[in-house]
Design a protein around this ligand. Structure first.
Ligand code: NAP
Length: 496
């Protein structure tokens, strides 16, 4: 998942920069002013590549949080520090003299999309996916049921989830719905020995709650089979390797069909995942009372949540419907979907985490495809009207990252995504479709608007103060950092 460290990745990057640099051949006396909304991987790769491609471009990055780096800070699990090394690369981008970071600036409330478009030659929206898909099943609103995103934000010290306070004490069982890498992340955090988590940058409120947790059984529920589990081999190997963990899988679930065999032949990842799960089964193994347990449950789809008998309004379990796989692919491709069989079973639990995918949120003035949860776009150019089969580009407005493609892919995927979007910007620039640079106030205009609204902007050196303070507090506890996890504290330290 580390980006830009291997030789092949580095040479790939050089090649791409060459390609983009050639596209940006226009010379202009006034700088091209571009605003990037969102400072996660998609935003920073976009900024980095824009700065390298054109020597007179100015890039301003705004983010609604006082802290930069989006998913790298709030999404990547605390026990994956190697994945966060990319922050060093992003920091160098933010420190470029032609780049400015505006933290604590929210699109929609601090500044509108229309205002940004009036102030900049181009606006690139890269604000990710800050909401969640819902299951749409009865009793989804019960207490004790969370989106995995909320739980991840909670243990990663995101200020919006500081007060989530999931109850980890009243029950010994958690159910996680979905079997992607996010599901594996949250399962690992629930099951990893606390002394291992204590050495990470996990938020202190989460560490304290996990220290007292009575959860010792985690069910990872997939609506399809082990061949279709959405996780990748590296992440699966990691969870299976947790110290003193009992892993349970029904051997019958591992039996493959001819369609499964074709899927595995077509995908090395699917084959590796199936192999790892098969090796993890210990025949005749019975749970040991002192041991933590991870149960892989396949071929079960959520039907309804069940209310606890003891605690009114709180989840007490989930009803699952047994499924069978049906091939809906064509001659070329096997695609198996889960269909219900009308057979049900219940699992009791005190905590339920829905890990079925993130969802982007629309803002005023932006076309949005609510079904797909993305902004309709053509290789990154926002489509003003995609009806009647013709593509009409909204010139000057672009998207990148999860808002463009949907919530899939690793951090490095955003590098190629940014390249594609930037090549569209350069094409539009070179054919004279973007407004003249001299007519756009850019950074100065943005400052004036934010000043007039008394917005407490956090510049990149404000983040530097937060970073220093977090590292200082972390060093006292033998942790890489102790995250500041409330809005008040973050703003107070940033504005010292
Ligand atoms: P994901 O990989 O798309 O997994 C979603 C899971 O939810 C799948 O198992 C899916 O099953 C299931 N699901 C979806 N709708 C459902 C429904 N209505 N009922 C029951 N199950 C449902 O998404 P994710 O785990 O949120 O991860 C997002 C992206 O971030 C992925 O590309 C992931 O690889 C990446 N990521 C990577 C890392 C890492 O590299 N360490 C860590 C975290 C995330 P079906 O397959 O049947 O649809």
């Amino acid at each position: 998942m580390l980006v830009g460290t291997s030789t092949s990745m580095y040479s790939l990057k050089l090649k791409s920069f060459g390609r983009i640099a050639r596209c940006f051949s226009t010379t202009s006396s006034s700088p091209l002013r571009i605003c990037v909304v969102g400072s996660g991987p998609a935003g920073f790769y976009t900024a980095e590549k824009l700065l390298k491609a054109h020597e007179s471009v100015e890039v301003d990055i705004i983010d609604r949080l006082p802290t930069p780096f989006g998913l790298v800070r709030s999404g990547v699990a605390p026990d994956h520090p190697e994945t966060k090394v990319v922050i060093n690369q992003f920091s160098r981008v933010a420190q470029n003299e032609r780049c400015s970071f505006f933290g604590n600036v929210s699109l929609g409330s601090s500044v509108t999309l229309l205002e940004l478009r009036n102030m900049y030659n181009a606006v690139v929206l890269a604000y990710g996916a800050e909401s969640d898909r819902s299951l749409g099943i009865p009793k989804e609103e019960l207490a004790g049921i969370y989106a995995a995103r909320e739980f991840v934000w909670w243990y990663n010290g995101h200020p919006d989830c500081r007060n989530l306070a999931p109850d980890l004490k009243s029950s010994d069982t958690a159910v996680i719905l979905g079997q992607g890498n996010v599901a594996l992340d949250v399962a690992r955090i629930l099951l990893r020995p606390i002394e291992e988590l204590a050495r990470t940058d996990i938020a202190s409120h989460a560490l304290a709650a996990l220290e007292e947790s009575s959860i010792r059984k985690v069910y990872l529920v997939g609506r399809r089979g082990p061949v279709q589990a959405a996780c990748t081999a590296k992440e699966l190997r990691e969870i299976l390797g947790i110290k003193d963990l009992g892993v349970y899988i029904k051997p019958a679930d591992l039996v493959t069909t001819p369609a499964d065999e074709i899927e595995m032949k077509n995908s090395r990842i699917r084959r590796r995942v199936h192999e790892l799960l098969s090796k993890a089964v210990t025949p005749g193994c019975t749970p040991v009372a002192s041991q933590r347990e991870l149960h892989f449950v396949f071929f079960r789809k959520p039907d309804m949540f069940l209310e606890s008998d003891d605690k009114s309004g709180h989840v007490g379990g989930i009803r699952l419907e047994k499924t069978a796989l049906k091939d809906v692919g064509d001659d070329e491709l096997v695609k198996q979907v889960a269909v219900g069989t009308g057979v049900y079973e219940d699992i009791s639990c005190g905590l339920a985490l829905k890990s079925i995918g993130y969802k982007s949120v629309a803002v005023d003035g932006l076309p949005f495809d609510t079904n797909k949860g993305i902004v309709p776009n053509d290789r990154g150019r926002v489509l003003a009207d995609a009806s009647h089969g013709h593509l009409q580009h909204d010139i000057g407005l672009y998207v990148c990252g999860w808002l463009k493609r949907g919530p899939t892919g690793i951090i490095g995927t955003n590098l190629h995504c940014a390249e594609e979007t930037i090549s569209c910007i350069s094409e539009d620039l070179n054919r004279g479709a973007l407004a003249s640079a001299s007519t756009k106030p850019g950074r100065e205009g943005l400052r004036q608007v934010l000043d007039s609204r008394n917005t407490r902007v956090v510049p990149f050196d404000g983040w530097g103060k937060i970073d220093c303070e977090e590292r200082r507090r972390g060093s006292l506890k033998n942790k890489p950092r102790e995250k500041l996890a409330t809005w008040e504290e973050l703003l107070e330290v940033a504005c010292r």
